[in-house]
Write a protein that binds this ligand. Sequence first.
Ligand code: ATP
Length: 233
Amino acid sequence: MIELKNLVVHYGRVAAVHDVSLAFDTGINCIIGSNGAGKTTIMRSISGLIRPSSGDILFEGEKIDGLSPKAIVERGIAHVPEGRHVFPELSVDENLKIGAYLRNDRAAIKRDYDNICSVFPRLAERRKQFANTLSGGEQQMLVIGRAIMAAPKLILMDEPSMGLSPVMVAKMADVIRAVNQEGKSVLLVEQNANVALGLSVDAAVLEQGRISLRGKAADMKDDEHVRVAYIGV
Ligand code: ATP
């Protein structure tokens, strides 16, 4: 579904991503890596927010690098960035509706909206409140809901579990599974390897901008290096 071919990304003269080649099929998949490994840089490259220096990005077999972020959303990729960026002084309802700004299929928009309200009952209860009155976990749900409102085929999620309590992390995992059951694919990047590997089919480990390990998520949970470096056991 999504493929990176020899991707190189620089900030100024410094390379943050070095010759990364990776392909993920539909479903939930993940890239794990520690702070500064280049995970966010890869996500921002896929969604068109950063121009790679070289290499190709293909979505459903078509080249998307070089397209504008808007064109990439229109192709069916939504990005949930790190850090829960809600529009703080808009209501929950308005935040969700902004996600559909490129769509004009009113009936389908309403169906997606109603669906989000059933997957995220807390958001439905709080739909008239300003987004900045929500808890951290609720704000994370809101940005995921906003991404779903774009009717994507693939959702890029950058560290969705960051800063959440264990209870909220478990809820977030349920939400990611529910999103996938709705037929959407998810590419997760996480430092929290345990959760990401538990959710994913395929996984890759990114270290200092390079892929150091690639395989089935279930096998990776048993890999000695992954266990020591990313799961902490
Ligand atoms: P984190 O979990 O901390 O977000 P990450 O794996 O997502 O880490 P990136 O944010 O992609 O890593 O950063 C990769 C490298 O690129 C790091 O060395 C970082 O310092 C550097 N970097 C990131 N953004 C910029 C920028 N705007 N300008 C210069 N260097 C940057």
